[in-house]
Each structure stands twice: as structure tokens, then as C-alpha cells.
Ligand binder design. Structure first.
Ligand code: ZN
Length: 248
């Protein structure tokens, strides 16, 4: 079984990309991905657009139960009440399983007070937070989650891209400091995944691809790693299943 914990749907205004429902489902079928956690795209600053993006993910999830799950994606600089109400709607009405913080795309460090608001809401709604790391330093330094992860010990925090190779050591530091930190391995070097599995255990490591065109590559990477089959299975789906409470 394979769970892709980081995939996107919609129109991205920051990175100028477009991902459609048909492309998403075709990619999953072609690569035997059983389930994907879909987040929105970046640069949308109006609440109605953000709601449309969330509804679009929810519709695809409804058409593909247990194959598509949703992740809240919205700028933390909305009016706080709007942010809170939309997050609650996503979890309670649409069944979303997590929230995304993209420090670069949102121009919001994990140490920012609006990021603290995101963690607080995740804590209340009982969902994990995924934080982009790597490109976009200093906002995207993996170590900047440590303060929040200690402040909110019950909120699992998934470091997307594990610091994107160059900040892998910072990711390991966060894993060492906080038991509620997990590393998502899209764009990560094989040796860093091996190191993490050996040092922290496969229960802290999870597979993701981030881009449709990167899925086959990321699966190939895992299949070529010199780790045990049970560790491979843990990384490919079991960790995501536990962290995001997907119920498989
Ligand atoms: Zn992404």
C-alpha cells in the first residue's frame, strides 16, 4: 500500500502551476498510489476563493472515498475569525485531516504569532500541521518549528521535504528535540532517509511526492533503499495512516 501525504490540486498563483482532478487520479492509478492527501495551491488571499479551493478538494474526496483526503490550505493573514471558521468547516463538515503552513508562500515563519494561531486551531480541532521546509529560508528553516512543537505537544508536525537536502541536519535536530515531529521525504536524498530510519525509526518518516511528475521517482527511491521491508512499508503508508488518522 502507498499513501502520498503531500499532493496539490488547483491553480497556484505563487509558483504558477496547475493541477487538475483528472491528472491527479491518473497519476494515482498509474503508480498504484492507494490514497493521497491533497492540499490547495498558494497565493489565494480572498476567502471565497479559498473556500472554492477547499470545496474542490472535498468534492474529489467525496467521489473517491478513502482515496482522497483534504488538507486545509489558506493564508494565516485572513481575519482571524474567517480563518478559524473556515478551518472548522473543513474539518467538521468536509472531513479534512490536516492543515498546511507554507512559511515562504504565506510569508509566515512558524514563530510568527499568526502561525501560533494555526497551531492553536490544529490543537483544538485535533489535526496535525504540515510545515514546508527548505526553499524560502530563513522563514522555512526546519528548526523554527521546535518552539511551537514544544508549546503544542499534542499536535503532530510533519516537516515537508525534510529541509530539502541542505537543511536535513536541522530536520534531524527537530526530530531529536520533539517527539511530535515527523519527516516527509519528497525531494530528500536517499542517505538522509536511511539515516532517519536508523536513528529515529521508520515511525517518524513518511513518503510523499509533492508533484505528480515526481511520484514514480519517489516510489523508486524507496524501493531502492537498503532498509527492511517492514520499515519500507512503515514509511510508504503506515506512518501517514497514524499521523493523519486515516483509518486504514
Ligand atoms: Zn507542495
Amino acid at each position: 500500500m502507498i499513501i502520498d501525504a503531500h499532493a496539490h490540486l488547483g491553480i497556484d498563483l505563487v509558483f504558477e502551476e496547475v493541477r487538475t482532478e483528472a491528472e491527479m487520479m491518473a497519476m494515482m492509478d498509474a503508480n498504484k498510489v492507494d490514497a493521497s492527501i491533497l492540499q490547495g495551491m498558494f497565493g489565494h488571499i480572498y476567502l471565497d476563493e479559498i473556500q472554492d479551493n477547499h470545496n474542490r478538494i472535498a468534492n474529489l474526496a467525496k467521489q473517491n472515498p478513502k482515496r482522497i483526503f483534504g488538507m486545509i490550505t489558506m493564508t494565516p493573514y485572513l481575519h482571524e475569525a474567517d480563518f478559524y471558521n473556515e478551518a472548522k468547516r473543513c474539518v467538521k463538515e468536509l472531513g479534512f485531516v490536516a492543515m498546511k503552513l507554507h512559511p515562504m508562500a504565506f510569508a509566515c515563519s512558524p514563530l510568527n504569532v499568526r502561525a501560533e494561531m494555526m497551531w492553536k486551531i490544529c490543537d483544538e480541532l485535533g489535526i496535525p500541521i504540515m510545515v514546508h521546509t527548505g526553499a524560502g529560508v530563513p522563514l522555512s528553516l526546519p528548526s523554527s518549528v521546535i518552539t511551537r512543537c514544544k508549546q503544542f505537544p499534542h499536535v503532530p508536525c510533519v516537516l515537508a521535504h525534510s529541509g530539502m537536502v541542505i537543511y536535513a541536519d536541522e530536520t534531524f535536530l527537530a526530530l531529536r528535540e520533539c517527539p511530535n515531529v515527523y519527516m516527509e521525504t519528497s525531494w530528500t536524498m536517499p542517505q538522509h532517509i536511511i539515516h532517519a530510519v536508523k536513528t529515529f525509526g521508520a515511525e517518524r518518516v513518511l513518503f510523499a511526492a509533492d508533484e505528480i511528475t515526481n511520484v514514480a521517482t519517489e516510489i523508486g527511491k524507496y524501493n531502492s533503499l537498503p532498509i527492511s521491508d517492514s520499515d519500507r512499508e512503515q514509511c510508504l503508508w503506515r506512518t501517514a495512516n497514524t499521523v493523519f488518522r486515516l483509518g486504514f
